[in-house]
Design a protein around this ligand. Sequence first.
Ligand code: F6R
Length: 249
Amino acid sequence: MPDSYLKVTIFRDERTLARSLAERLASDLALQPRQVLGLATGRTPVRLYHELGTLHAHGRADFSQVVTFNLDEFWGLPPDDPGSYRSFMDVHLFNRVGITPEQVNFLRGDADDADAECERYDRAIASADGIDLQLLGIGTNGHIGFNEPSRELAARTHRVRLKESTRRSNAALFGGDVSRVPTEALSMGMGSILRARRIVLIATGKSKARCVERLLTGPITTKLPASFLQLHSAVEVMLDTAAGEFVHS
Ligand code: F6R
């Protein structure tokens, strides 16, 4: 495999990856407690969030000065809907590490006007002086946030129609019923993501191996939105052995 522009680290398994990243984030916070964190939802970061919860419970991860921005939210859902990404974050991270609502920035899926809501979010990121560390997962089709493969990608926060495959992979949040998964979402755009000062993408499991291989070695193309990460100078890709099966050192 040709060298990748991106820094890649492969861990024995998902748990080792989550622990290592959680320890690193906690040490970073000890050195620089006021950080703007860009966060992702989905299956992949759940272990990491739980590890951070454990470190916090042992007094080893202080989130009291952190400001957060999440990548995306389903359009049409209020924040307290059990299927919303906001609810997901409350359950898996915010409530576990003592992040209060005042520290949290989230796209409102129940806003009156989607465009105005997206503009508000971009302004909020700018007034926080940008994102220090953006955490990303990757969809099997190469999406990041809800920037789905297409002929062109939006730079800014925008409203997006979700691919059926993306709706299917979110069905668990809606009792396994894909028909209840909203058809649209609001998502940070590629420009907003690439403006983050540092980016960590995590991918685990065999189902991610192909998109990870394309991310690391393929051309930069709107057909694989994650490939644009090759243009960023401070990206780290953290994989378990299954997701990194095509990566040879
Ligand atoms: C969610 C997000 C998505 C997920 C991606 C992978 O906030 O940004 O891009 O990271 O769909 O999802 P999982 O981790 O469930 O495989």
